[in-house]
Design a protein around this ligand. Structure first.
Ligand code: NAD
Length: 279
């Protein structure tokens, strides 16, 4: 198993895969210091799981020992399964996928963890595109159980069977999306809810606090839509809503969101979004 991209997601997918005890896992990154950061991150995450009683020290040690790190793509030639988790940039991903196509054996399953780039836009770079699919894990992978498995227009049933089986084998829960759709399932529903919450606010129907309270107490969501917007970053929602409008038509991001993004009121990370975190 090779995972390319040792950032936030790649290192967590590698760790979760290593926990299963079923795979030798190599984490690849083009930035050598990032591999050191990923190693430290995996040690920190597994230590926390041991502390919380979710993992034994023995299993944590075994998982960490099963992780290999590489600053080049040579290990791809030995892999039966490759997951790409590099930066969300179509050009960078296409360039990498061309190299994966040249190096991977023909039977290797190739997947991307991209949140927004459908597999058909990457599989076209490799021979045998029927072995490619999206595997969309959620942050943090070691806590969030879901993985959306997306079938591209030429993805084979065998690829989907292997992908679903892999996700189950690392103790995560797969759901199948039969054809490509922007945002898959979770982000479509999340974005629709956030958009509706902003429409209600803009229309003067209710306050930020009351909309969040209504959703938490009436739908039993752990966070309200504005709390979630602030937590994930308003720029992330802005990009997602604009992308959806570009691909499917519609109005794009609500004005209130555009204004906040222009003012760099991006949520928790800038200290201010729909709520103020400075006080
Ligand atoms: N962060 C999230 O919450 C989240 C959730 C689900 C899916 N995703 C998706 O996962 C992917 C990775 O996101 P992230 O947040 O982990 O990104 P990140 O920026 O934390 O990590 C990306 C890593 O890729 C490396 N990289 C870039 N180009 C490379 C190349 N050509 N070869 C090897 N390594 C390369 C970078 O050095 C970096 O370490 C994206 O496609 C994103 O859409 C992210």
């Amino acid at each position: 198993m090779v995972i390319v991209g040792a950032g936030t997601m790649g290192s967590q997918i590698a760790l979760q895969t290593a926990y299963s005890g079923r795979y030798a896992v190599t984490l690849v990154d083009s930035v050598p210091e990032q591999l050191e950061r990923a190693r430290a991150q995996c040690q920190k995450l597994s230590a926390r799981s041991v502390e919380k009683g979710r993992l034994s020290q023995e299993d944590a040690d075994r998982a960490l020992a099963a992780l290999e790190f590489s600053a080049d793509l040579k290990p791809v030639a030995q892999a039966q399964f490759v997951i790409e988790a590099i930066v969300e940039d179509l050009g960078a991903k296409r360039d990498l996928w061309r190299q994966l196509g040249e190096r991977a054996v023909r039977e290797a399953l190739l997947a991307t963890n991209s949140s927004t780039i459908a597999i058909s836009r990457l599989a076209s770079e490799v021979a045998a595109p029927e072995r490619c699919c999206n595997l969309h894990f959620f942050h943090p992978v070691t806590v969030m159980q879901l993985c959306e498995v997306v079938k591209g227009p030429v993805t084979s049933e065998e690829t989907i069977r292997r992908a679903m089986e892999f996700v189950r084998s690392i103790d995560r829960v797969p759901v199948l999306i039969n054809k490509e759709v922007h945002g898959f399932i979770v982000n479509r529903i999340l974005f629709a809810a956030a958009e509706e919450a902003m429409n209600l606010l803009e229309g003067g129907y209710a306050s930020v606090e009351d909309i969040d309270t209504a959703v938490k107490k009436g739908l039993n969501w752990p966070m309200g839509p504005f709390e979630l917007l602030d937590f994930s970053g308003l720029d992330v929602f802005y990009g997602g809503l604009e992308d959806r409008a570009r691909l499917e038509g519609g109005a794009g991001a609500p004005t209130i969101l555009k204004v906040k993004v222009e003012r760099r009121e991006l949520g928790r990370k800038t200290g201010r979004g729909f709520y103020d975190y400075d006080q």
